[in-house]
Design a binder for this molecule. Structure first.
Ligand SMILES: N[C@@H](CCC(=O)N[C@@H](CS)C(=O)NCC(=O)O)C(=O)O
Length: 204
């Protein structure tokens, strides 16, 4: 049995959890809760970076990084469903994938900052990330028409769902107003069982 270390609120870990369900790997991958962000967590002896997701393979090694873990899980059965398309479409998938990760990275920094004790929060970082997220949501409102976002479920869509649904974690990340297409897209994609079953808990 492989072990996938997660925290319930992590959008990165969620990508790997979605892949487990999409590939029907529940019987091969056990979900383990990791204690992140605490001094001397026993988890650091398992994964020195202390981040999630972390996948401990059957044959021993541990893997870091959501994209790497998703790819590994997709290839386990020898019939990958989430590989990049061929030719120029691959560049489009990579471009959009980077745009989704960039949104997720920014919102994760923003959300994390707002959860620090008040006297440790940086208004500069919060403003910077809030503005970045607003610009990127505007961009996604147009990019969402792209065939890669409308066609078969793929890793770009996985990343974008996980980024946009951070709205349930961070009350300040309310992006739907004025972004009807994106909002409709999310409502549609989030009905997928793998997405529904991995929903992040509401904000603390
Ligand atoms: N690029 C990494 C990012 C993973 C990441 O930052 N995970 C956060 C949770 S959302 C984490 O584990 N943070 C704990 C820490 O920074 O110590 C990935 O895609 O897997």
């Amino acid at each position: 049995m492989m072990k996938l270390y997660i925290t319930p609120g992590s959008p990165y870990a969620r990508m790997a959890r979605i892949m487990v369900l999409e590939k029907g790997l529940e019987h091969r991958v056990g979900i383990e809760l990791a204690q992140t962000r605490s001094t001397d967590s026993p988890y650091y002896r398992i994964n020195p970076s202390g981040r999630v997701p972390w996948l401990v393979r059957d044959d021993g090694p541990g893997l870091e990084e959501s994209a790497v873990i998703c790819r590994y899980l997709d290839h386990l059965d020898g019939t990958p469903d989430f590989d990049l398309p061929a030719g120029d479409e691959a560049w489009e998938a990579l471009r959009l994938g980077a745009l989704a990760s960039s949104l997720m990275d920014g919102v994760a920094v923003w959300g994390r900052e707002t959860r620090r004790p008040q006297n440790e929060q940086s208004p500069t970082i919060i403003r910077h990330e809030r503005d970045r997220a607003a610009r990127m949501i505007d961009r996604w409102e147009t990019e969402i028409d792209h065939p890669a976002m409308q066609g078969r479920f793929n890793l770009v869509q996985v990343a974008l769902v996980c980024a946009l649904e951070l709205e349930t974690q961070y009350p300040d990340f309310q992006w739907r107003e004025g972004h009807e297409k994106l909002s409709k897209w999310l409502t549609c994609v989030s009905a997928r069982p793998s997405v529904r079953k991995t929903a992040l808990p509401a904000s603390r």
